[in-house]
Design a protein. Structure first.
Length: 287
C-alpha cells in the first residue's frame, strides 16, 4: 500500500478517537491544533481542491444566488457565507476591513474578497497546514491575506477591523468567553461580529449567557437549522462522490462521511433533523 495513503488512514483513526474527545468536553488548544492540522492533511488528499468544509445553507424560497463557475461546485457552503454577509451587513462593504477567525481552507474568505470587494479581507486559522493551503490556492486577490493564529489570542491591534466573521468553528474553542473578548478588542467601535455555528440544544442557554455577558449587543438572532439540513441533503451526493472516489479503504470513507461531510444518514445529519443540535446565526455589534 502507498505509504502516504497508509499514513492518511492512520491519521483518520486518530481523528476518530480525538473527535470523541471533542464531542465530550472542551478540547485543549494543543488538541485543537493537532485536530485541524490532521484534518487539513486529510482534506488535501481526499477533498483536494475543496475550499469550504462547512455544512452549508440553502433557502428554497429565496432567490437563487448567482455564482461564478469558480464557486458553483461548492454552492451550498458558499451560500452560507453569502447569507452571513448579506443578512449581517448594511454598510458599504468596499470600505470595510473584515477578519474571519477560523477560516479553514479559505474558500469563504476568497468568495467574500471577490464577490463583495472589501477594503481588506484577512483569514486566520489555528492550523498552519490550512494557512499554507490558503496561501497556495487563493493568491490572486490584492485585498486578501492569511495568517496563522489563535482565536483566544488574536495577533492584531485593538480596533483593527470593522467586521469579524466566525463560521462553524467556535464549538471547538477551549474558551469561548475569551474568544468573545478578543473579538471585542479587535473590532472598531460599532463594529460587527457575524457568527454562525451549532451547539447541542442543551448548551444553547450557556451560549446565550456568554453572548449577553460580553461587550457585544445582539442585533439579530436566527435559528437556521432547517436551512442547513436542506443544504446537507442537496450536497450529500457531491460529498459522497468525493469520498468514494478517494483512494482509501471503505471503513475510512465511512468515517469521513460520518465525521466531516454530514452526509444523509450520518449522526450529525440526524442530530440536526431531530434538533438535538441547533445551528444558529447571530449578528452582534460592539457597544
Amino acid at each position: 500500500m502507498n505509504v502516504k495513503l497508509l499514513s492518511l488512514q492512520l491519521l483518520i483513526v486518530r481523528l476518530r478517537i480525538e473527535n470523541r474527545a471533542l464531542l465530550k468536553r472542551s478540547p485543549s488548544k494543543k488538541l485543537s491544533k493537532q485536530w485541524y492540522n490532521l484534518l487539513s492533511k486529510m482534506a488535501s488528499v481526499v477533498f483536494k481542491t475543496v475550499t469550504c468544509l462547512n455544512y452549508g445553507y440553502h433557502d428554497e424560497k429565496a432567490p437563487k444566488v448567482v455564482l461564478s463557475p469558480q464557486f458553483e461546485p461548492e454552492r451550498f457552503p458558499i451560500q452560507l457565507y453569502h447569507y452571513m454577509v448579506t443578512a449581517g451587513l448594511n454598510a458599504e462593504i468596499s470600505k470595510l476591513k473584515i477578519l474571519e477567525v477560523g477560516c479553514g481552507r479559505g474558500g469563504g474568505c476568497n468568495y467574500i474578497a471577490k464577490q463583495f470587494h472589501p477594503k481588506k479581507m484577512v483569514g486566520l486559522d489555528l492550523s498552519s497546514e490550512a494557512i499554507n493551503f490558503c496561501r497556495r490556492t487563493h493568491n490572486t486577490n490584492d485585498n486578501l491575506s492569511f495568517i496563522s493564529g489563535e482565536a483566544d489570542n488574536l495577533p492584531f491591534q485593538d480596533a483593527d477591523f470593522d467586521v469579524v466573521i466566525n463560521t462553524e468553528s467556535s464549538h471547538c474553542y477551549p474558551d469561548f468567553d475569551t474568544f468573545l473578548n478578543e473579538v471585542t478588542c479587535v473590532l472598531k467601535p460599532n463594529g460587527y461580529f457575524i457568527f454562525a455555528d451549532f451547539r447541542f440544544a442543551s448548551a444553547m442557554n450557556k451560549l446565550t449567557n456568554s453572548l449577553n455577558q460580553s461587550a457585544l449587543t445582539i442585533i439579530k438572532k436566527e435559528d437556521i437549522t432547517s436551512f442547513v439540513v436542506t443544504a446537507l441533503t442537496k450536497d450529500s451526493q457531491r460529498k459522497e462522490t468525493l469520498i468514494n472516489q478517494s483512494p482509501i479503504l471503505w471503513i475510512f470513507k465511512k468515517a469521513l462521511k460520518q465525521l466531516f461531510a454530514g452526509c444523509i444518514g450520518s449522526q450529525i445529519y440526524k442530530d440536526f433533523c431531530s434538533r438535538k443540535r441547533i445551528y444558529f446565526f447571530y449578528v452582534l455589534q460592539k457597544n
